[in-house]
Design a protein around this ligand. Sequence first.
Ligand code: NAD
Length: 362
Amino acid sequence: MTLFDSPSFAQHEGVHSFYDEKTGLKAIVAVHSTARGPAVGGTRMWNYATAAEALEDVLRLSKGMSYKNAIADLEMGGGKSVIIGDSRTQKSPELFKAFGRFLNGLGGNYFAAEDVGTSVEDIAEARKVTPYVLGLKDGPEASGDPSPVTAEGVFRSNLVVARRLFGKSDMTGLTVAVQGVGHVGAYLCEKLHAAGAKLIITDVNQDNLKAVAEKTGATVVSPDEIYSVEADIYAPCALGATLNPTTIDQLKVKAICGAANNQLATPDIGDELHRRGVLYSPDYVVNGGGIINVAAEMNARQNGTAFDPAWVETKLARLIETFEEILVRAEAEQKPTYQIADAIAEERIKAAAEQKAAALAG
Ligand code: NAD
């Protein structure tokens, strides 16, 4: 199968591969769409078994970024990059500088940020040679840790679910089962607790569990038990694909609303949840706070200003409105929420592409 026949190709605007002999860098950058602005998405470093596997991953993730950035109403397109290699043994400052120099060749069509296997420090190395990276820790435009904003978006989405599904003005009387109390999960638990929710939590990291349980009075269960607990909302905040044929049979909740990326193992799980009357909050909608935070860095750089939390708040509020619009449309059209979210993202990308084409045509 060639690149253009692959189902993951999905009309990508550009796919670029890079090799640097000196550092051993092997990287692929996929630019899915620049209709709404420069493509933005993380750089994943992973020990892919084959280049074909890396290509599949980067294409899939890059398309996902187009949707996530569009749903958050950011003037950014979708892209992603992968570096083939073991992030524990094959990283070096020179490798990330070589990556940065390659990004210069794309002339600002794609901006990279931290992702699985890469860190803020790696991005800072690349920044020494390229302006086309985002998610910095230092400097006036730096956006820093996106987790608190991601958690705030997931929290507000939980409030929307609480109001629409349970007729509540806060989380009082509701129980939320939180899987994973790391960066986002811990902030989320604090917010839910402060809003009156009862919490049931799990994690494989005992230190994280203990810290959150002490702060919030949460009940702790084992990782296997989290799916079947008596709760109103399940908030996956650890791994992807936790909504699969095995787990959805165990769920007793009426709604799912968490931060983890790629929660549906396959799209038909979204259809099945809809059939069973379980409200699924599309992951890339409710966890969009993180990319909004990153976008604020780009916005600051473009305007020559400092990072602006008020800009982040405006975009986050708009995202929560979009989330509610998705729920309203899903109910009216009797369709799964993930399909409505995708449709809205596609409408926005198409409209921007048409506008761009019209402007180019003069
Ligand atoms: P994190 O690594 O800080 O936290 C994940 C937590 O999950 C850790 O405490 C880990 O021990 C735990 N965990 C791992 N495997 C587990 C298992 N099998 N059962 C229970 N717990 C398990 O990551 P994070 O930054 O908090 O992100 C959480 C999720 O949200 C990820 O899927 C991430 O892709 C997504 N996300 C994060 C952000 C962000 O701003 N950090 C933005 C968008 C999406």
